[in-house]
Write a protein that binds this ligand. Structure first.
Ligand code: ADP
Ligand code: MG
Length: 935
């Protein structure tokens, strides 16, 4: 019989695995918006999104409502790591009957405790601060909607004050405190309850001259987590193993669907005491648990808590003894009637027995003190029973913990998780083997996780002060972050204005007289048609001015286009040497290519993609306006680039090619996409730089003779704003980035948008945020001072999760994954970043890339609207051929661009088409189209 009883309490590992699975399921249920209402494990959001980082400082007041007391605490933090905060506390007993009376009386009493405490502990002369933030520890189930907004769902633990359920308890406490602080109402306030002697003059109560504000409300479990977070290491899980049982942990915020928070993490109060209330633990329920439950004030509820809470463990033992006595397995032949008395066997008894394993006499003494007459054998059995009951409680705690650890590990997409777990409570403190069981069993059930147990030294009060301090730190930090980023955030009006300015500049650039003063040069390209699909032939193409210099052969047939190409290096000495050397080198590369491709015998037409601003005077005649992108070969600016190439060919006696067209890369992009989509009449590049071209009506092109048909205009829009028209948009960061480029004051629009600059802008912001101690706790980051160390591709990595993770179910992976990659970047930069630093860095990147996409959209909106007007249509359907690594690889750029464009140009239906090798294919197509037009 005794073995059977003990067996019922010992749970096989497989069953614990199942229990862990159920716990995870229930946690997910509690977090999901759809199932939250029915969930037994309620997973209440706490709105605590950060753990202390040691920089918090100031005075913080805590008031904690306990079973029969109100505890007040004043904590002074020095921001020095906060290892040894100064603390003063006082405990007040709750007056008889107040827990059953009116809510107002309860809150008035708490407020009076605060007033009294402040009067005794602080003096108005020495404490200059007028504002005192307060954290309120309120250990009842609340629906929290903000850190300082929490509606009481139900009383428990013997409390039943009227008029509080359904109300915001923060508001009730604040009102009671404010009532105390008003001198004219003083008599009424402190006289109302009558628990404190009323003070006559307002000057005697210092709290009246300062403003106490309830900044945060929290559960005791959360307070424990925060208390344990203070020793310089973050604690992300806390467990209270006391009269009741509960656990909280830092969950990924986007998983907490009952709140709108999507970035970072939020502490979730599991309220796991109700686990099993839907029957999932029924098979683990012994007849003794059943008996305990039936005798409780809330039968059928809090099933998990009733197996693990210290309020119940003594009772479980008592019911086992009753049953075994009835079965004549214990206390045979003696009077055991005393066991019928509820609560006679206490937790204290239980702990004394399990903690004195070797001492039978101790067991005998305890049982005899209860009025029993145990035999030697009874004492031995008693030990076994007690051990089994506490052991099961510890094992169940471990199972719950394993569920939480595995869940955290999974949702953070980690292979393994190392985490600190704060623990407190009677069971933990009173039963030394608890920690050992907790660790070994949770390790068996969640081998991928490694928990370190931190004992909470002084309960939740200190932690509550930390929550309050963190809340204030975050509010101040948010304000400071917004201040830094505000100039980079553009309103719709800003964008409409940019669109209008771009339109003005386009018109000025097209006008013969106004062109010289326009910042957008609107260069004619002499490309008058886009492909129609009938082009044919073999062509050579050159691509100079992109990331690589390439020579290509392009075969256009009825069945499509095939290409072969080779990349050649242009040494810096040649890029910056003489023009003759440069073009000789280019011809050498062409000869090498044609030889390798067996193309020397033919004379092939050549299209030359030349991605530098040129004043084109014919399809094959283009004067170089300036070099960019690190080129500075002498004797070229002002010269016809085609002629320079032809001269070099002559010098090298190369006859295998004939230059027929010079093509800008935007035009190449448009043409390449135009071959597949006849609606493609715009080209856009967002790579190292940014630029656009589009088909304009000849009659609008004042800089070229003739009014018939259309011509592609290379806008050179990167220079938009060089005349000062965008000055109002430039931030401090843009100024600094501009000043450190080789062309300060030039290409101002491009410097807000393209790949060469976004990383630098982000870096400048990070530097300033570090100086302002908003990042990396203000620690200096030497590597971050290096120009160009923050690559634009980092933005792509860092922003990868964002929307995609938050908006869809599979976000779990991408969220964690991106974080892992962010860590790799941080290592590369030698940055010691916390999770919150990562979240803030992501916000910085998002702000910068969003602005870039929006500005690009405003420019494009001006283009499509102009085309729509040109053609006199209400609705324009047009395709944009796009190239550039930033556009192609950044996770949000293209979406942001398209969304903004729709908003700014609602009458244009714009399709975006990615160009594949526009420079090569496009140049050949320009040559081919020219050929077709000529014939
Ligand atoms: P180019 O414009 O010179 O022809 P690309 O279109 O390849 O060259 O663009 C190169 C630029 O793209 C670089 O300046 C770099 O900053 C940026 N870049 C490279 N990789 C990424 C990425 N993964 N995400 C965003 N930008 C990137
Ligand atoms: Mg390119």
């Amino acid at each position: 019989q005794i073995q059977r009883a003990l067996r019922a309490l010992s749970i096989p590992l497989e069953r614990l695995h199942v229990m862990k699975g159920h716990m995870i399921e229930d946690m997910c249920k509690g977090l999901s918006r759809q199932t939250h209402a029915q969930a037994k494990v309620r997973m209440l959001p706490t709105y605590i999104c950060s753990t202390p980082n040691g920089t918090e400082k100031g005075n913080f007041l805590v008031v904690e409502l306990c079973q029969s007391q109100v505890r007040t605490l004043l904590v002074t933090l020095y921001g020095d790591g906060n290892l040894s905060p100064q603390m003063m506390y006082k405990i007040y007993d709750l007056p008889e009957g107040i827990t059953q009376g009116e809510g107002e009386a309860l809150f008035d009493f708490i407020a009076q405790c605060v007033t009294q405490f402040l009067a005794e502990t602080t003096s108005p002369d020495t404490d200059s601060e007028q504002y005192l933030p307060l954290g309120f520890v309120f250990p009842f189930t609340c629906r929290q909607t903000q850190l300082n907004k929490a509606e009481l769902l139900s009383w428990s633990k013997g409390f039943n004050c009227s008029g509080v359920v359904g109300k915001d308890v923060v508001e009730l406490l604040q009102a009671a405190i404010d009532k105390q602080a008003r001198p004219d109402k003083e008599g009424e306030a402190s006289g109302g309850g009558g628990w404190f002697k009323s003070r006559k003059s307002s000057q005697s109560a210092p709290s009246q001259s300062r403003h106490v504000e309830v900044v945060a409300l929290m559960n005791d479990t959360v307070g424990t987590m925060m208390t344990c977070s203070m020793e310089g290491r973050a604690c992300e899980v806390a467990m209270v193993a006391d009269k009741g049982s509960n656990c909280c942990f830092m969950a990924e915020a986007y998983l907490v669907e009952t709140t709108d928070e999507t970035s970072g993490r939020m502490c979730v109060n599991t309220e796991w005491g109700c686990f099993g209330d839907d029957g999932t633990l029924n098979d683990l329920f012994t007849p003794y648990d059943q008996a305990v439950d039936e005798e409780s004030s809330n039968p059928g509820e809090k099933r998990f808590e009733k197996m693990v809470g210290t309020l119940y463990l003594g009772e479980i033992v008592r019911h086992m003894l009753i049953a075994l006595t009835a079965e004549k397995a214990m206390f045979t032949g003696t009077d055991a009637a005393v066991l019928k008395e509820k609560g006679v066997f206490t937790m204290q008894h239980l702990l004394e027995i399990v903690n004195n394993e070797d001492s039978i006499t101790e067991v005998k003494r305890i049982l005899e003190a209860l009025g029993l007459q145990p035999s030697e054998r009874d004492c031995g059995r008693m030990q076994q029973i007690c051990r089994a009951v506490v052991g099961r409680a510890a094992t169940f705690h471990a199972t719950g913990l394993a569920a939480i650890l595995s869940y955290m590990c999974q949702t953070r997409d980690l292979e393994s998780l190392m985490v600190n777990v704060g623990v407190e409570g009677e069971l933990f403190a009173g039963y030394p083997r608890f920690e050992e069981i907790l660790l070994s069993v949770s390790r068996l059930l969640a081998p991928e996780c490694m928990a370190t147990i931190l004992a909470s030294r002084d309960g939740s009060g200190r932690g509550a002060a930390m929550v309050t301090a963190v809340a204030l730190r975050l509010t101040a930090q948010r304000r400071a972050v917004d201040e830094v980023l505000a100039p980079l955030r553009l309103s719709r009006d800003d964008l409409v204005k940019v669109q209008a300015l771009m339109r003005d500049e386009m018109d000025r650039g097209l006008g013969k007289e106004t062109n010289p003063s326009a910042s957008v040069r609107m260069l004619p390209t002499y490309v008058t048609h886009t492909p129609d699909g009938t082009e044919k032939g073999d062509f050579l193409a050159l691509d100079l001015g992109g990331t690589n210099f390439r020579v290509l052969v392009v075969r256009i047939t009825e069945d499509g286009i095939t290409m072969a190409s080779e990349i050649y290096v242009i040494p810096v000495s040649i890029m910056q040497g003489s023009g003759e050397e440069l073009f000789d080198h280019i011809i050498d590369c062409i000869i090498d290519f044609q030889t390798k491709q067996n193309l020397v015998a033919q004379m092939l037409p050549l299209g030359f993609t030349f991605s530098f601003p040129c004043q084109q005077v014919g399809l094959d005649k283009a004067l170089l306006l300036t070099w960019t992108k690190g080129f500075s070969a002498s004797g070229c600016v002002g010269q016809d680039v085609v002629q320079l190439l032809r001269d070099a060919a002559k010098r090298k006696r190369h006859l295998g090619m004939q230059v027929v067209a010079l093509v800008n890369d935007t035009v190449g992009t448009m043409m390449a996409c135009g071959y597949d989509d006849p609606k493609c009449e715009i080209g856009l590049i967002v790579g190292t730089g940014t630029n656009a071209c589009y088909m304009e009506e000849m009659k609008n092109v004042g800089t070229v003779e003739g009014d018939q048909g259309r011509m592609c205009i290379n806008m050179e829009w990167g220079a938009f704003g060089d005349n000062g028209c965008l000055d109002h948009l430039f931030t401090h960061f843009d100024q600094v980035v501009d000043e450190t480029t080789i062309n300060p004051g030039k290409q101002r629009f491009e410097k807000l948008i393209s790949g060469m600059y976004l990383g630098e802008i982000v870096r400048q912001i990070l530097v300033v945020m570090t100086e302002k101690e908003l990042l990396f706790q203000g620690k200096p980051c030497p590597k971050l001072q290096t120009k160009d160390i923050f690559k634009t591709k980092f933005l792509s990595t860092i922003e990868l999760d964002g929307d995609s993770a938050a908006n869809n179910g599979i976000g779990v992976d991408s969220n964690g994954l991106a974080l892992r990659q962010i860590r790799a970047i941080l290592n590369e930069l030698e940055l010691d970043a916390s999770f919150e630093d990562c979240v803030l860095m992501r916000e910085v990147c998002q702000t910068v890339s969003l602005r870039a996409a929006q500005l690009c959209a405003a420019g494009l909106a001006a283009v499509v609207e102009k085309m729509r007007e040109n053609r006199g249509v209400d609705q324009l359907s047009v395709t944009v051929g796009v190239d550039g690594t930033l556009y192609k690889l950044h996770p949000c750029f293209s979406n942001n661009l398209q969304t903004t464009l729709k908003d700014l140009a609602p009458n244009c239906n714009v399709t975006f088409m990615l160009s594949e090798d526009g420079s090569g294919k496009g140049a050949a197509l320009v040559a081919a189209v020219a050929d077709r037009a000529a014939n």
